[in-house]
Design a protein around this ligand. Sequence first.
Ligand code: PLP
Length: 406
Amino acid sequence: MLKVNQNYLKLPGSYLFSDIAKKVKKYREEHQGQEVISLGIGDVTRPLTPTIIKALHDAVDDMSDIERFHGYGPDLGYAFLREKIAEFDFKRRGCDISAEEIFVSDGAKSDSGNIQEIFSDKCTIAVSDPVYPVYVDSNVMAGRTGTYDAPSSRWSDVVYMPCTKDNDFVPDLPSKTPDIIYICSPNNPTGKALTKAQLQSFVDYALKNRAVILFDAAYEAYIIEDDVPHSIYECEGAKDCAIEMRSFSKNAGFTGVRLGYTVVPKNLVDTEGKSLYSLWARRHGTKFNGASYIQQRAGEAVYTEAGQNEIAGLVSYYMENAGTIRDGLTSAGFTVYGGVNAPYIWVKTPETMTSWQFFDYLLNNAQVVGTPGSGFGPSGEGYFRLTAFGSHKNTRNAVERIVSLA
Ligand code: PLP
């Protein structure tokens, strides 16, 4: 009997950003001529930088030449890229990660959604709340989350680690011991980045409880504070309990190019001593034929001196927007968080409005689109996410419009 995967049917509604897109489309159709500014989804807007573009062109040219043509690449990625990643992202920060432990992919969304496959369906997960929705949804699809309670927006078998203004958006250690702990720092959506001491307490907890941490560092490039680690492997013992995922999307603007990687240390094992590295390698080899040669050459160019300078320019461009949003909204009386080590500003909604009500209010009265905090988890209710990924002009206009409502 043909039957769909019943777990998919448990997912409430559509993906958050599809819901937003539908609402905005309807508004645009009904209010033609009104300019809507989106500070909603976390997509970049600046073009790729010259060094990356040149690497892409050169790689395309390679593909036209019989001597330099590349077909399927090595399973886990080209050595020219993996070696640069190991050197720049880890060794230079004092982390003992080798090129062999790096799995090149087409981005952190696929990796953070797929990584759960290598764990038993009996494993329990803990997530900081609110958080990037992919972690929970991919576990729903795999049948690990129990039943959904719509009034509380909670899954019965997920351990939530609330991040609210009361704990300064730093998750407390899980209330029940999970097997898998998802941490995203700097965090999407709150913009909060954990200090080394805070992250170390999670590492110590995971080691003590034989749990694994899935650490998403997609926003690492935005960190400016010295006590915030760029990699979980800066914490002592993390190689024995953590997997790290990274992306080229937010630092180098590869959202349309697609490139990312995951680090799985070779010595990482489950409670029976089974290697996570071998399973992820097996999964990669079976289900993925690699990011293209062209993408990986572009990734390599990120690590050149010119590439590093250019991407620092992109990050500072966006962080100028973060300042504009923070300052503007604060002056208008809003309480805002984030926007210091991350391109996200987490705004407290007015007392009388839920996240979605504030979404509608801004769309209808200021023609500004943001993201309702409740879409990122139950503790996101009463908050609203604005992103710094717009142009300076759009960001200034959006902020002026919001301020003028106050
Ligand atoms: N991880 C987090 C926390 C994100 O916010 C995003 C995108 O918004 C991603 C991963 C996706 O990254 P990629 O473009 O590499 O798939």
